[in-house]
Structures are given as structure tokens and as C-alpha cells.
Design a protein around this ligand. Structure first.
Ligand code: HEM
Length: 133
């Protein structure tokens, strides 16, 4: 979750205002298109203190995270329906990567946003099955 907070794969999405709303001193009229972006919320230090610090422990107490603040998968009625599946497949992959292999990143870990995060040198890794060592 901390990785998804700091580097959300989906930058955001477009929504349409269903009625006139005021937000942050701005009037948004019914029918206007709105672009929400997850990094704006994920990097808000009033929600996530020291937002640039990688700190997985901030998710240990889920009740300390205000609703609609972790939005890597969106939120509300149109939240990503692949949410649980994506989390499960990521956990299974990481589990086997860590328990069955040793691995080494063969490039630096820089990435650019275009707008989705993309490793600038690709992501070459060297994998060695643990039982062959
Ligand atoms: C790490 C992986 C994933 C991330 C970060 C992600 C993120 C998102 C985000 C931000 C949205 C927009 C939500 C909104 O507008 O409020 C979305 C929508 C959607 N996602 Fe994902 N997603 C992921 C994986 C998946 C997977 C694995 C599936 C399908 C198996 C999936 C299917 C969908 C669909 C169908 C929508 C459109 C939902 C709608 O408009 O009602 N996603 N996703």
C-alpha cells in the first residue's frame, strides 16, 4: 500500500459533477468535467505526514487513514473492481519472488511519469532459484 501511495500506477480519472459544488473556494458547476489525481492526495502532508518518506508502517493502523485518502484504486461507487484481485496477485508474486529466488536489480531504480510511472531503464533483474544455490 505504501508503494501504491507513493507511486500510484493510475494517475487519476475524469469525473462529471452531478450538481453544483464548492470545493476549496472554487465553484464547480453541474456538468463540468473534473480530473482527480491520486498523487495530489497521497502527497498531502496533512493526510500522510512526511509524504516523501517510504514508511509502510503508516498503514498499520487503518483507522488513522481518513476515508477517500488512499485512492490508488479510486473510491466510491466506481472504485476499481479489480482491487482485491490486483492486491492478491501482487502478494502471490512477491511471496514467490522472495521465498523461491534471490534477485538483483540490474539497473538503477529511477522512473519517469508519462503520466504512469515507467522505469527509465526498463526493469532488468537477475533471478536465481534458491534451490540451485
Ligand atoms: C495495481 C493494479 C490496479 C490499479 C492501481 C487500478 C486502479 C484503478 C483506478 C484508479 C480506477 C479508476 C477508479 C475511479 O474512477 O474511481 C480503476 C478502474 C477500473 N479498474 Fe483497476 N486498477 C488495477 C487493477 C485492475 C485489475 C486487475 C482489473 C481487472 C481484473 C481492473 C479493472 C478495472 C475496471 C473495469 C475499472 C473501471 C471501473 C468503473 O469505471 O466502474 N483494475 N482501476
Amino acid at each position: 500500500m505504501e508503494t501504491l501511495r507513493m507511486v500510484p500506477p493510475a494517475f487519476g480519472n475524469f469525473k462529471k459533477a452531478l450538481k453544483d459544488i464548492e470545493y476549496g473556494g472554487y465553484l464547480i458547476l453541474k456538468g463540468w468535467q473534473i480530473l482527480w489525481t491520486s498523487p495530489m492526495t497521497h502527497m498531502d502532508n496533512s493526510i500522510f505526514p512526511e509524504p516523501s518518506k517510504f514508511d509502510p508502517s503508516r498503514f498499520e493502523n487503518q483507522s488513522s487513514i481518513p476515508p477517500y485518502s488512499f485512492i490508488a484504486f479510486g473510491g466510491g461507487p466506481r472504485i476499481c473492481p479489480g482491487y482485491e484481485f490486483a492486491r492478491l496477485e501482487t502478494l502471490v508474486t512477491i511471496h514467490y519472488l522472495v521465498t523461491q529466488f534471490t534477485w538483483k536489480l540490474c539497473a538503477d531504480n529511477s522512473f519517469s511519469r508519462d503520466p504512469t510511472p515507467t522505469p527509465t531503464q526498463g526493469l532488468p533483474i537477475k533471478l536465481v532459484p534458491r534451490k540451485l544455490r
